[in-house]
Design a protein around this ligand. Structure first.
Ligand code: THU
Length: 131
């Protein structure tokens, strides 16, 4: 992935972050996932009065891609005001489609502050199923 594609993905994640539904945590997260066809799918965290029903931005983006018929994930950007790393549940969810997915984390208060890693680094020894 070249720098301009990465920057486009970061812009899409920053754009999505503005639409997060997070009245309980007040911690908006935006995600943007690129697939092999070049399309970008956005996600935001969607919270609920029943807190445990909350879904993270990463899983919303991944689900949108799969619903559109896209299963080859090539890169994800995640934006929050502290540049957080995807939670354990999201790591496992994303690894289903690409266990070595490149991940870019961005602090929306300092958008030039970009940290890049991969899912292989973040989730060693993932669960691969009962067989
Ligand atoms: N959250 C995400 O959307 N993605 C992450 O990677 C970490 C956490 C959301 C869940 C919840 O709505 C809020 O951030 C605070 O935990």
């Amino acid at each position: 992935m070249n720098t301009s594609e990465r920057d486009e993905l970061i812009r899409a994640a920053l754009d999505a972050q503005q639409r997060a539904f997070c009245p309980y945590s007040n911690f908006p997260v935006g995600a943007a996932l690129r697939t092999a066809s070049g399309r970008i799918f956005q996600g935001v965290n969607v919270e609920n009065a029943s807190f445990g029903l909350t879904i993270c931005a990463e899983r919303v983006a991944a689900s949108a891609a799969v619903a559109a018929g896209e299963r080859e994930f090539t890169q994800i950007a995640v934006v929050s005001r502290t540049g957080v790393s995807p939670c354990g549940a999201c790591r496992q969810f994303l690894a289903e489609f690409n266990p070595n997915l490149p991940i870019v984390m961005i602090d929306s208060l300092n958008p030039g502050d970009v940290y890049e890693t991969t899912l292989t680094e973040l989730l060693p020894g993932r669960f691969e199923g009962p067989v």
